[in-house]
Design a protein around this ligand. Structure first.
Ligand code: NAD
Ligand code: TYD
Length: 352
């Protein structure tokens, strides 16, 4: 039985990857290691938590001794590493947390893997999940390919770029079998409502202002989270050692156009007059260092591994809205407590 350690499996993307692997590979033991920060939630995994091939371990990847003990105890054959601090706005107010988790945490995992797998590097894979934000910002033209130079601008993307470099260095220096994928913005269920789409859904539902940074002209390339999980599956099993894949859905949206579409869907779902939700759109101070445009060229993934996105954006967005409207308890759970403090600090609104 293959033993796969998935880090950050209680987060947004990690929970979809864990679910896919647990259900699809009954002959794999999936070990989910997660610190359960504000962004990690075991409610994301209630449907698979009793599967015999699933196990959860609470722990912090910044703790080198703990990580090395876990590796000795669990003896994973492979790692799929998703644990990270993931929100750009939080990285602007607290960069060191991003250095600790995203850089130091990744190096701790690499060291533990290097020690456990010594002499067997060919049989064991370290898969590092990264972001397209490491490539920086595009102008009106062009797309990120696997050969685009790194040019990160936010503390978040700088920390992810640094972790990518460490992962490649462990391949080049020690011969560790590593794979990296860089994916565009994800959307779908279980997405923490600090990111644009779930935050907007939650605010529209509660008749609160929908904050759009600057003029809303920044462009993101949105991918259905389950398509990202499918891509990770394909790359984990099919990529050559040391290889990199870009993942994206050829689905670019200006923020304001996306929010307008979301408002239309919400009007329909909530039985509101057409145009009612759009009145909540509020332009707020732009994010510092706000990257203008991301767009991914995923030709290599499509051609080498036969992966294609499964959903059109409008359909995915509609499914996402349905999930949030049907899962009021989840939303209430994650927006209680610290979320309120974060929200006030970030947007400086005086919510009642
Ligand atoms: P998330 O913030 O929803 O989840 C991160 C998970 O990591 C949480 O469960 C959290 O508890 C856990 N974690 C954080 N610090 C930890 C620590 N010190 N030790 C152990 N666990 C810890 O993030 P996400 O959106 O699911 O992103 C997952 C990965 O995918 C990240 O590496 C991110 O950089 C990358 N990524 C995200 C996107 C996106 O659109 N969200 C796009 C491309 C790549
Ligand atoms: P986000 O979901 O934070 O993802 P990322 O910054 O990693 O791309 O933001 C997506 C886009 O939406 C980005 O251009 C910033 C913008 N944005 C807003 O306009 N308002 C908001 O309240 C948030 C959170 C993001």
């Amino acid at each position: 039985m293959k033993r796969i350690l998935i880090t950050g499996g209680a987060g947004f993307i990690g929970s979809h990857v864990v679910r896919l692997f647990v259900k699809k590979y009954a002959d794999y033991q999936i070990i989910n290691l997660d610190k359960l920060t504000y962004a990690g939630n075991l409610l994301n995994l209630t449907d698979i938590e009793l599967y015999p091939n699933y196990k959860f371990i609470k722990g912090d990847i910044t703790d080198a001794d703990f990580i090395s003990e876990i590796f000795q105890l669990e003896k994973p054959d492979a790692v799929i590493h998703l644990a990270a601090e993931s929100h750009v706005d939080r990285s602007i107010s607290n960069p060191m947390e991003f250095v600790m988790t995203n850089v130091i945490g990744t190096v701790n995992l690499l060291n533990a893997a290097k020690t456990l797998w010594k002499g067997n590097y060919g049989q064991n894979r370290f898969y590092h999940v990264s972001t397209d934000e490491v490539y920086g910002a595009l102008g009106d033209e062009g797309m990120f390919t696997e050969n685009t130079s790194y040019d990160p601008h936010s503390p978040y993307s700088a920390s992810k770029a640094s972790s990518d470099h460490f992962v490649r260095a462990y391949h080049d220096t020690y011969g560790l079998d590593v794979v990296i994928s860089n994916c565009s913005n994800n959307y779908g269920s279980h997405h923490f409502p600090e990111k644009l789409i779930p935050l907007a859904i939650n605010n529209i539902k509660n008749n609160k202002p929908v904050p759009v940074y600057g003029k809303g002209e920044n462009i993101r390339d949105w991918l259905w989270v389950e398509d990202h999980a499918r891509a990770i599956d394909a790359i984990f099993h099919g990529a050559a050692s040391g290889d990199t894949y870009n993942i994206g859905g050829h689905n670019e949206w200006k923020n304001i156009d996306l929010i307008q579409l979301l408002c239309k869907i919400m009007d329909r779902k909530l039985g509101r007059e057409s145009g009612e939700s759009a009145q909540l759109i509020t332009y707020v101070t732009d994010r510092a260092g706000h990257d203008l445009r991301y767009a991914i060229d995923s030709k290599k993934l499509q051609e080498n591994l036969g992966w294609v996105p499964s959903l059109q954006f409008e359909e995915g967005l509609e499914k996402t809205v349905d999930w949030y409207l049907d899962n009021e308890n989840w939303l209430q759970d994650v927006t209680s407590g610290n979320y309120q403090t974060y929200y006030k600090q970030q947007y400086e609104y005086n919510e009642q």
